[in-house]
Design a protein around this ligand. Sequence first.
Ligand SMILES: OC[C@H]1O[C@H](O[C@H]2O[C@H](CO)[C@@H](O)[C@H](O)[C@H]2O)[C@H](O)[C@@H](O)[C@@H]1O
Length: 709
Amino acid sequence: NPTRSRREEIILPLEPAKSPASSLLELPEPGPIDESELVAGISATSKPIELPETTPDKAVEGHHVLVTEAAPAASTAKPTTKGEPKEETDAVTTTTAKPLGIFDNIPEEPTVEVCDETSAPGRSKIYCSGRLLASVNLHHLFPDSKTFVDRPIKVNRTEDEIMADFETRFPPKNEDIDPEQLRAFVEQHFDQEGHELEKCDVPDWIPTPAAFGGITDSKMQAFALNLHNIWKELCRNIKPMVRDEPERFSLLHVPNNFIAPGGRFREFYYWDTYWIVKGLLASGMYETTRGMLENFGSIVERFGFIPNGGRVYYLQRSQPPLLTAMVYEYYEATRNKTFLFDMLPKLEKEFEFWSLNRNVTIDVDGVNHTIYQYRSEANVPRPESFREDSTMAATFPSKGRQQVFYRDIGSAAESGWDFSTRWFSNPDSKILLNIRTTEIAPVDLNAFLCYNLNIMSFFHSEFGNVNKERMWQDKYTSFKTTFRDVFYKPEAKGWYDYNLRTRQHNTDFFPSIAIPLFAGCFDQLSMRQSGDLLDRMIEMGALNLTGGIPTSLANHTQEQWDFPNGWSPLNHMVIEGMRKSNNPRLQQAAFSLAQRWVRANLHVFNLDHAMWEKYNVATNEARGGGGGEYEVQAGFGWSNGVVLDLLLTYGDRLTSEDSSPSNPASDGATASSMPSMPVAPGASTTASASSTSPLHLLLVLAFTIVNLW
Ligand SMILES: OC[C@H]1O[C@H](O[C@H]2O[C@H](CO)[C@@H](O)[C@H](O)[C@H]2O)[C@H](O)[C@@H](O)[C@@H]1O
């Protein structure tokens, strides 16, 4: 069984005096890590990677090439034919490989659009590329670049007619266009964003899910009910016109209702859905969950993979591969074998997408290892962030250098971490212009794929298909070795992203360090590995903040996937990874972190009457997060899902306020620094009940009666 269910969790003997978790906050402020203490791992001992002299290239037909995606050694790089296999003689070692600079000149490559007439027939000249898209953004018609590409074409108009009208009415140079006339043109031809979607009925929503009865703290229980209510607000149905006249829409049609993240994110998002599913399962909404997974099944059949989100402009990139894990969670909750049987070929197909299109083979200690990268092919601006991307790219001296930038930007969006210092590979200049996502082999992607292998084996075992079970298990076992050999750095006590150019691990803190625990891609019998990881996180100061785990310790980058933001999915994966480990110290730390995260979310919910997509975890009192290229969004699918899941996992122990003598499970570590919690808006009238009160018992009884009824 690939993961540890709640039932199987090792229950810790409580150590109220000085448990490892309670000591977390007593640590001094994190000091700088002395990198000299970290002996070079793989890179010091292994054969140097062979780098091409030229521009980044892609995996060739055979899909496995010896070292792709490396940066050019110098600005004098010669062009390489796309798809041409690299020869060892055509290579330089990393000692001469410099990071690609902003001013480096790179030869131009053929254009790869984010979508085109093949993938988005009848609308690509509007939603994927073209003069209208460029002009709307040049003249900053909308504060958010995403608005225009989400607006449906009005009924009885075609793309060709609109573009012909545009060419007739406006001068040939975009700069000469009158913005107000352009605005009138857009209003004349396009409906409002969101016009093609409607709120939906959620048939499997009931007012008081039975499982909430296990949440002992009444304020936490009220919080759960509030979040449960929000599912109805976030549920979306796609109007039939999208199926019938797809050329009018950037939205991809899916047959069933879905829960959207919220705010500007009106369509489905791939990896968000994992945590939405976790929350829906907590809410007992199995039908809605199944519908969403079936949507993904239909998308895989149509496109061969799951795009970043449900719009044509997302068709050249995916997001972290978590569909198999979603199906696993659903199956664990329902044991619906018919559904699983139907999904299996789609899961295999999705896995194939990653293994054939995102692979890279590297040589470590004379052994070739095939690992995976976030690596979009598109080398043009993202339409939903057209203005941001093209403005930035204008800094570069050549079209070729711009293309490299666009590919790295799209690849970072594929990671879900758009954007973060994690992808800025020039140590001297950690700014977005120096993004080099495609130079990096990311620890989380490889851990997720490792998880997929294990789950696939388990699924086949459920059908008694011994051959397939063994085949996937063998792949899992062998990939675990690869994963350890490439990503684990014992001297630095953890798993780290690996830079293909420098052959170095990035030992800065990112929560991705703990994703191997979440994904079960490590030696579960080794208490040492997991214990070391916790020590390392403590040493780095990653667990010092009352609001939760920050996304990095890189301050002042203004990127949303950096300090001081904490994201629900990352906090959840760290908590779950620690909880599912065999190590009692980590399990206690998991609870402590869950307590902080849920309390901080509740605090902000009471202040703002909103759940946010990200949080500022560094202030004394948590707040909605900031930074990045758009305003912080409310809703919010994955934040709600994470809290609901944690409330169910730790329902018997989580408390909304400081520990009381009657609650020895509280970690105590955060209690003094956590604000007291006001009553949730719309919360149940029992909000003041203590976790051990008779009122709670009455509530549990009431839940049971209501649900039985
Ligand atoms: O429009 C800019 C970017 O917005 C999305 O990214 C962010 O929101 C997503 C939905 O919650 C989330 O999945 C992602 O992790 C966030 O960074 C979108 O996914 C990007 O592709 C897009 O360029």
